[in-house]
Design a protein around this ligand. Structure first.
Ligand SMILES: *Cc1c(COP(=O)(O)O)cnc(C)c1O
Length: 356
């Protein structure tokens, strides 16, 4: 499929102060769109000026949340070139989400080609400041104008780009996390393993509760027994207990993070003891009481590594590693970001360089 290109006649002014970008506020000049119609497949791939969409108020995604998305970044290296981190993993995962939400699959190689072309066109929007990046948001929405409940016949696949500031402007500050024992985010058999808006809608109330108590994020427990650890809002979670790196296994209700997968591969390559297993919040509290809870950190594209300094479960408040970033967390962070920004050699073949 060819990609038609229509360049903007009114390029926007690029942000002059990259330290003030924040996350997800600013969008580039162009976006990628393709349509799907039953009987026709994906068609009409195009890169067009960034603009509001025309959508029927009856569009099915607006009513029944048939929608999936992805999130990745493009990084600028010291020599001015642009690169991405394992983008094929994002489109493979998009297809896993598609399958669960009965959305037609996309061609991974074609998506990479489309993304490369879009980022090349808006290449000057990739920030130059260390730690800043171009956040990439591919998503698919069901667009049939129809109020009945069934999988849609028509979809739009869109990629938008948002220059975003450094997640950490003052070093890796540990976050406080609140263990949610009342609400649940997802259950096995549901959509927890997919990246879909509905999971986020279900999580907002927990986040609100955490904020009220002055914690920045929520740690979710399993939906059945409310005992086993699942993940944080938009991050997977890791514990270092008595020198062993432990993260909850993938069992259907948590997202298979690309950062999670990469951290596991990295730590294994360093000869560290790592395990993916079911772990209860009680086990974590017991390890804490025994002085064996060495480090806790979240993993996700946005922050890469987010050290957890404080964990609140009921009345118990655990202060981890003196509320400072741990040695292993720092080493993982330095290695991952070193590869992403092209400062360290990519021994794993994770880096995708933008051609041209
Ligand atoms: C995106 C996301 C993550 C992190 O995944 P990465 O691929 O590492 O960015 C973790 N949990 C949830 C619920 C997510 O949506």
């Amino acid at each position: 499929m060819d990609i038609r290109v229509e360049l903007t006649k009114n390029p926007k002014a690029k942000p002059t102060d990259e330290s003030n970008l924040g996350f997800g506020h600013v969008f580039t000049d162009h976006m990628f769109i393709m349509n799907y119609d039953k009987g026709q497949g994906w068609h009409d791939a195009r890169i067009v000026p960034y603009a509001p969409l025309e959508l029927s108020p009856a569009a099915m995604c607006l009513h029944y949340a048939q929608e999936v998305f992805e999130g990745l970044k493009a990084y600028r290296t010291a020599d001015g070139s642009v690169q991405m981190f394992r983008p094929e993993e994002n489109f493979k995962r998009l297809n896993i989400s598609n399958q669960r939400l009965v959305i037609p699959e996309v061609d991974v190689d074609f998506c990479i080609k489309a993304l490369d072309k879009l980022v090349s066109i808006d290449k000057d929007w990739v920030p130059h400041t260390d730690g800043a990046s171009l956040y990439i948001r591919p998503f698919i929405i069901a667009v049939d104008p129809f109020l009945g409940v069934r999988p849609a016949d028509s979809y739009m696949f869109i990629i938008i780009l948002s220059p975003s500031g450094a997640y950490y402007s003052t070093g890796l500050n540990p976050v406080g996390i609140y263990v949610e024992s009342n609400y649940v985010r997802a259950v096995r058999g549901g959509m927890g393993f997919t990246k879909t808006g509905g999971n986020y809608a279900a999580s907002l109330i927990g986040q609100d509760e955490a904020h009220k108590q002055d914690y920045s994020q929520v740690l979710w427990l399993d939906g059945v027994e409310r005992k086993y650890i699942e993940e944080v809002g938009a991050m997977n979670i890791f514990f270092i207990i008595d020198g062993e790196i432990v993260t909850p296994e993938l069992q259907g209700s948590i997202l298979s993070g690309i950062t999670r997968k990469s951290v596991l591969e990295l730590c294994k390559s360093w000869g560290m003891k790592v395990s993916e297993k079911r772990i209860s919040i009680q086990e974590v509290a017991d390890a804490y009481d025994a002085g064996k809870l060495n480090e806790v950190f979240g993993t996700g594209t946005a922050a890469v590594i987010s050290p957890v300094g404080k964990l609140k479960w009921g009345d118990k408040v655990m202060i981890i590693n003196d509320n400072k970033i741990g040695e292993v967390s720092q080493k993982i962070y330095d290695t991952m970001t070193g590869m992403q920004y092209g400062k360290l050699e990519d021994k794993f073949g994770w880096i995708h360089k933008l051609e041209g």
